[in-house]
Design a protein around this ligand. Structure first.
Ligand SMILES: [Zn+2]
Length: 72
């Protein structure tokens, strides 16, 4: 008996016809979300990515860096 996999990010059951390349995540988006959470070392606030907007979160992270006060 095969246990149905669920996406670790959103808990959905990946579509077996489209989820194989992103397993165990349901989509490329969730795979990136998990990656950014790991990379950033904390639970990031995740906005919906624009279609094809894989750089959106990178831009967001870059913006956060820019907001850090730099006057010591
Ligand atoms: Zn998911």
């Amino acid at each position: 008996m095969i246990q149905p996999l669920t996406c670790p990010v959103c808990g959905k059951t990946p579509d077996p016809t489209t989820g194989t390349q992103t397993s165990p995540f349901c989509s490329e988006r969730c795979r990136k979300v998990d990656f950014f959470r790991w990379w950033d070392g904390r639970y990031a606030i995740v906005e919906d990515l624009a279609p094809g907007g894989a750089l959106s979160e990178l831009d967001l992270l870059d913006a956060q860096e820019s907001l850090q006060p730099d006057d010591q």
